[in-house]
Design a protein around this ligand. Structure first.
Ligand SMILES: *Cc1c(COP(=O)(O)O)cnc(C)c1O
Length: 366
């Protein structure tokens, strides 16, 4: 089990004057949706040049006033994370690899010229919020409390340079299934737009990447598909990832492939966890580049039998069909494949505490 060294930062506890009544909360938890309902509390920590991190508080979730010249509103100096608190089979609560989110948050911070947050403070901030909002964790299958730590440039300044003050916040949102259609597999659209270029911010979890992916995503929907997949920006040939999920390919000889982390792909924690779980099963997993042409050819020849996307929000989602300007192809049966389902079940069982945790990924909060 993961452990946490005592953090040095003290969190001031602000009483909530009027928490949501339990009838309303239970109604929300019965059908939480994704990203539209929020818990009662939030964490806030400020950073100021020359002072460092200060004024850590856990208190009521409420609007924040921003000056119109607040730097983030102009140059998008912002990063975020996404992780979940899971109700455990034994009635407890657990986080999944929160130190990995903390480390990635700091990688993103470095790329966006922002201050790093000590990893123990990141993890403690998430624990504080889950503790305050423990009654907001839905328990139904596939549901969890989605946690969103984020940081933005809060300095009132219009010049182009790293800001001298930042705000770090954590909010929480009870979450059900990410794809509300409940479809057995998603269909994806190959975009002609690029998500990330070499030397850019593709490996950082920053809002700007998502802003740039909205037009391609809307185009996918317009063409009748669920999600967009991006190719590399240089040759427009190599499959990278979806707007917010990494990809895996499963072949008829039982091997797996996931695109290698070239600097333009976001290093997903779900991706990394599945890599370990697949290798635990004795499967061979290659981290290599894979072209759209090969993808199409392998799907048509039957060499490719399954394909899935993975990420914290949607966990593991089978990819059924792929379409683009040069036509459409279906993978396997077009529905969830055997290995996809098996790996998903293995991961979810560890997250839920119904299977052993050989890698020490689960942090129990009691
Ligand atoms: C967050 C994210 C992922 C998935 O990462 P997880 O750690 O597995 O949630 C994949 N791609 C992009 C672009 C992301 O922002």
């Amino acid at each position: 089990m993961a452990t946490l060294a005592e953090t040095t930062m003290q969190f001031a506890q602000l009483e909530h004057p009027a928490p949501t009544n339990w009838e309303t909360r239970d109604r929300i938890l019965a059908d939480p949706g994704f990203g539209t309902n929020f818990s009662d509390h939030m964490v806030s920590i400020d950073w100021t040049e020359g002072v460092g991190w200060h004024d850590a508080t856990i208190g009521p979730r409420q609007p924040i006033a921003l000056d119109p010249a607040c730097a983030v509103l102009h140059y998008a100096q912002e990063i975020f994370e996404g992780l979940k608190a899971y109700a455990q089979a034994d009635g407890g609560i657990a986080l999944f690899r929160p130190e990995a989110n903390a480390a990635r948050f700091n990688n993103s911070a470095r790329r966006l010229a922002m201050p790093e947050l000590p990893e123990d403070v990141f993890v403690e901030s998430v624990r504080q919020l889950v503790r305050a909002d423990r009654d907001w964790i839905p328990t139904a299958e596939g549901s969890s409390l989605y946690l969103r730590p984020f940081m933005f440039a809060s300095e009132v300044f219009l010049g182009v340079r790293p800001a001298k003050s930042y705000k770090y916040l954590v909010i929480a949102s009870p979450a059900g299934y990410y794809f509300k259609s409940g479809a057995p597999a998603v269909s994806i659209w190959v975009s002609r737009y690029s998500r990330a270029a070499p030397g850019g911010t593709g490996a950082a979890k920053c809002g700007g990447n998502y802003a740039a992916s909205l037009v391609p995503q809307a185009e996918a929907i317009e063409h009748g598909h669920d999600q967009v997949v991006f190719l590399d920006a240089v040759e427009n040939k190599w499959v990278e990832e979806l707007g917010g999920m990494n990809l895996y390919f499963v072949f008829d000889d039982g091997t797996l492939l996931t695109p290698s982390l070239t600097g333009t792909i976001l290093p997903g924690i779900t991706r990394a966890s599945l890599l370990s779980l697949a290798r635990d099963e004795g499967l061979s997993v290659r981290e290599e580049r894979y072209s759209l042409d090969q993808w199409r050819e392998d799907a048509r020849s039957g060499r490719l039998v399954e394909c899935f996307a993975c990420g914290t929000a949607a966990v593991v989602t089978p990819v059924g069909t792929v379409a683009g300007d040069d036509g459409e192809f279906t993978i396997g049966s077009g529905g969830p494949g055997q290995l996809t389902s098996k790996l998903k079940d293995r991961l979810v069982a560890i997250q839920r505490g119904t299977a052993p945790d050989p890698h020490g990924w689960v942090m129990q909060l009691g």
